[in-house]
Design a protein around this ligand. Structure first.
Ligand SMILES: O=c1[nH]cnc2c1ncn2[C@@H]1O[C@H](CO)[C@@H](O)[C@H]1O
Ligand SMILES: [Zn+2]
Length: 432
């Protein structure tokens, strides 16, 4: 007996070896996709009639600071350095475990509603992040964001906390939680520290999540300090590999692009955040052209200001086209691949395709909407016409987290109410 059978589905497989299936079925058992096709002999406790709607892999958000929903709209319209140093970091110094817990619950709620089934996070108070992820049913690759600013004592403390978190949570929540090391960036972490982090990550067999070349200021700083850019600097300390997830990667030379591709580095493109903070335009078309694994991320809610991966897909496609004045780059299917297949690869999870033996992480998109009618090309609609509010049903690890727009596991109204109260408390704490 299977657990769930979805019938009457337009299956956008995202499997390079398999075309989309119209009027198809998806059979789910033990958290995995057991069978897909035109019909099935299997029986299940639960049947879902997709009503001809789109069934596709859940989206993978490869760079987030989920708890930052706390700061949604808190400090807008300023450059990164001012934003971080004068607004976000002082505020983060005052947040509690409980604040991060509610912030992450809200983020999970928002992601489940908008079709994200897995995300990579780098933040603080990570035990609370992990608890919220565990309870929500979503999948995540979590890391504690470590910064040493060249202080040897701080480096020890940060690495100890990073390792404790890695050991404590890796593989938890039925395997939905994996962990990574999260050194913040090459200009906030010392050379020695980055070397130690890499060694420890290899030893623990977990991946690394880091910000790289988000700003021109970082590029200039690295050149002044070390005589090379961040990409060469990290190459020189043997940091690069397919175990690294590098967020942003904006200020790259053609040589840097080659290095990232050759080392199989996973890149997270955060287009909305990059536009909002005016950080710059990542050379995504060039990276993809040389075979680099580029995925998509929202970044935190203080620089986006939501977690809707559908918006991220559309904006990524449009910005790339206009910035190089070529409408043929980043076609819809390739952008969908970035948000699914490439994202899953970046996190090292067997998700991102509707395929036998893959994790049952999938969504149903409601096509019965004015803005999705008519539908000549489903992939085109997912990137250019749909948004997160069109997601009707979300399944992660074979569990239904939202059905027919109704979220389970999380109490939506109480989370919204709690966040309203928390945000008021937080502002008075920050200002006191
Ligand atoms: O776009 C960004 N660039 C650099 N740092 C960021 C960005 N967004 C959030 N953080 C910061 O990274 C740390 C992770 O633990 C947090 O301090 C968070 O505010
Ligand atoms: Zn970030």
């Amino acid at each position: 007996m299977a657990d769930i059978i979805i019938k009457n589905a337009y299956i956008l497989t995202m499997d390079p070896d398999r075309e989309d299936i119209e009027n198809g079925v998806v059979v789910i058992e033990d958290g995995k996709i057991k069978e897909i096709g035109k019909s099935t002999e299997s029986k299940a406790d639960k049947e879902i009639d997709a009503g001809g709607n789109v069934v596709m892999p859940g989206l993978v958000n490869t760079h987030c600071h989920a708890g930052m929903t706390l700061f949604r709209g808190y400090a807008d319209d300023m450059p990164l350095q001012d934003w971080l140093e004068n607004h976000i970091w002082p505020a983060e110094a005052k947040v509690s475990d409980e604040d991060i817990y509610i912030g992450t619950q809200l983020a999970c709620l928002e992601m489940i509603r908008s079709g994200t089934t897995a995300f990579a996070d780098m933040y603080i108070h990570m035990d609370k992040v992990a608890q919220a992820v565990d309870e929500s049913g979503i999948r995540a690759a979590l890391s504690y964001g470590m910064i040493d600013f060249g202080d040897k004592e701080k480096a020890d403390v940060e690495l100890e906390e990073g390792s404790r978190f890695v050991r404590e949570w890796n593989g938890k929540a039925d395997g939905r939680i994996t962990t990574m090391y999260g050194p913040h960036a090459p200009n906030t972490c010392s050379r020695d520290f980055l070397i130690r982090v890499k060694e420890q990550a290899v030893k623990d067999n977990v991946r690394i999540h880091i910000h790289v070349l988000e700003t021109e200021a970082e590029l200039n700083y690295m050149k002044e300090q070390f005589g090379v850019c961040s990409i060469h600097f990290l190459k020189d300390i043997d940091f690069w590999g397919d175990d690294v997830l590098a967020a942003h990667c904006i200020w790259l030379s053609d040589g840097d692009i080659k290095i990232l591709a050759e080392h199989g580095v996973n890149i997270s493109h955060n287009v909305t955040s990059n536009m909002k903070l005016a950080s710059g335009i990542a050379p995504v078309a060039k990276l993809l052209a040389v075979g680099a694994n580029v995925s998509l991320g929202t970044d935190g809610c203080a620089s986006n200001n939501n977690l809707d991966m559908f918006e991220e897909m559309k904006t990524a496609a449009l910005l790339q086209k206009v910035s190089i004045m070529d409408p043929t780059v980043l076609p819809a299917r390739q952008v969908l691949e970035m948000a699914t297949v490439n994202g899953a690869k970046a996190l090292g999870i067997k998700s991102g395709m509707i395929k036998e033996e893959y994790n049952a992480d999938l969504i149903i998109v409601d096509m019965n909407k004015p803005h999705l009618t008519p539908a000549y090309d489903i992939a085109s609609h997912m990137v250019y016409a749909a948004n997160g509010r069109d997601v009707k049903t979300t399944i992660v690890n074979g569990k239904i987290l939202m059905e027919n727009y109704e979220v389970r596991c999380l109490d939506e109204q109480s989370i919204i109410e709690k966040m309203k109260k928390t945000s008021k408390d937080l502002v008075s704490r920050i200002n006191s």
